[in-house]
Design a protein around this ligand. Structure first.
Ligand code: GUN
Ligand code: FE
Length: 426
């Protein structure tokens, strides 16, 4: 241990160890060595006497937040046409906007705004959808690399049931463009990794899915997509894939649903019991996106069921189904919609607690990236120092009370400092 590869952060520290346990250490010390946590201590251990300390006394320090599902090209039109359901919203809003990314000048402009905001936000990691365009996807990756955030980025695959202006001509064209994208970006980036991204079953032909299965095996890539988001979408999948027993089975048939393939499925609002069983068996990650599910009238995912079975669950902003980058906001909304669900749909599913929401937005989603989202020993240090200056309070609050208030009251960029994998971004 030496001073060069050690950082010590001092402040009011808060992190999850499991979904029910929030550790708070007021006025504590977070020790970081070679980018990894060496633990959190209420007093500075003797061996660090004389080491420099980054002193954030009186400020909250928590793990960086993880967005498991976000559409980068949709950032520019968040807040538009929020009175539509999924399929009408895609056709009238998402698809026309994504088509603009054919133009690399537009892509540069729009992705620069997006990445600047993401960099300033409380999130340190994200799994992103780009568009089907290869040059624009490379621009996004380049900007993200420069931002210092840790991300997975997917060039989107879509070769059917989409307007001609935003559709790849055939499954082979889509797959070959994906291979070209992987080859052209291989080994270039330290902080951006590729992820296979079939948009959803309605937009992907069987031929395309077969090819993606081969590409997955060759390149050993994770995958991300959408699952059981909206009733109309689900009936459409039943018609398009009559041999599949349920929506998730349509991915599983092509070897793209967990098991050896790290998989994120966004939404999972209307999963039948067999689908939930398969997700659990296969270790599929669920990206719960409460704000999007509200805006697009999708419904409320039964997150209590997922958590109680120790399934892999994280949170997603689903920009621009959701409008807010901050995963703190998704935590608050996960709690809020779970209460509505309990009252209006099924009171056997108890509302999500604050501990569970915080866990999902940090360690829960973070585990997709490895040992990420906590300050336990050996975890990669993503840390944010929060700015509470806009919400002064007349009483002394506990660390947990301050954190809880932050979930509900804070904006995207109420942050003073940000560390990713032990590196200080600002
Ligand atoms: N399903 C397929 N594409 C999309 C998308 O862009 N957003 C959401 N919310 N669901 C989708
Ligand atoms: Fe989405």
């Amino acid at each position: 241990m030496n001073k060069e590869n050690t950082r010590i952060l001092k402040g009011d520290i808060c992190y999850s160890t499991d979904k029910n346990t929030l550790i708070t250490v007021p006025d504590g010390y977070l020790i970081c060595q070679n980018g990894l946590s060496a633990g959190v201590f209420p007093r500075l251990p003797k061996q660090y006497d004389g080491f420099p300390i980054e002193d954030y006394s009186g400020k909250l320090i928590v793990p960086g937040l993880v967005d498991l599902h976000i559409h980068a090209p949709q950032y520019a039109f968040r807040g538009f046409k929020m009175d539509l359901e999924l399929l009408d919203w895609l056709n009238s809003s998402a698809f026309p906007e994504e088509a603009r990314y054919e133009d690399t000048e537009y892509a540069k402009k729009a992705y620069t705004i997006f990445v600047q905001d993401l960099r300033k936000s409380v999130n340190t990691r994200a799994c992103l959808f780009a568009t089907l365009h290869l040059p624009a996807t490379k621009i996004l990756m380049e900007l993200l690399e420069q931002s210092g955030l840790e991300t997975f980025v997917g060039k989107v695959n879509m070769d059917r049931n989409c307007p001609g202006y935003l559709r790849e001509a055939t499954g082979d064209v889509s797959a070959d463009t994906t291979i070209a994208w992987l080859e052209e970006t291989a080994g270039i980036y330290s902080h951006v990794r590729p992820i296979l991204t079939p948009r959803f079953i309605p937009a992907c032909s069987d031929r395309l899915m077969e090819r993606l299965n081969q590409i997955q095996k060759e390149w050993r890539l994770p995958i991300q997509s959408h699952l059981s988001e909206n009733p109309e979408e689900i009936s459409w999948v039943q018609k398009l894939a009559p041999q599949s027993r349920f929506y998730g089975d349509a991915y599983k048939r092509f070897g793209l649903f967990g098991g050896d393939v790290p998989t994120i499925m966004a939404h999972c609002v209307h999963c039948p019991p067999e689908e939930i069983r398969l997700m659990k068996e296969q270790g599929v990650y669920i990206a719960h996106c409460p704000q999007s599910n509200t805006n697009l009238t999708s419904g409320v995912a039964p997150v209590r069921l997922f958590l109680d079975q120790d399934m892999n669950v994280g949170l997603g902003s689903d920009i621009a189904g959701g409008t807010v980058l901050s995963i703190f906001r998704s935590m608050a909304e996960a709690i809020q919609v779970s209460k509505l669900r309990a009252r209006l749909v099924d009171d056997r599913l108890k509302p999500i607690t604050m501990e569970e929401a915080f866990f999902m937005g940090t360690k829960g989603g973070g585990s997709f990236f490895g040992k990420v989202g906590s300050f336990e020993e050996g975890y990669e240090i993503d840390a944010i120092v929060l700015d509470e200056s806009r919400i002064p309070h007349p009483q002394e609050l506990t660390v947990k009370e301050r954190l809880e208030r932050f979930l509900y009251l804070s904006g995207d960029d109420w942050i003073l400092h940000k560390y990713v994998k032990g590196r200080r971004l600002f």
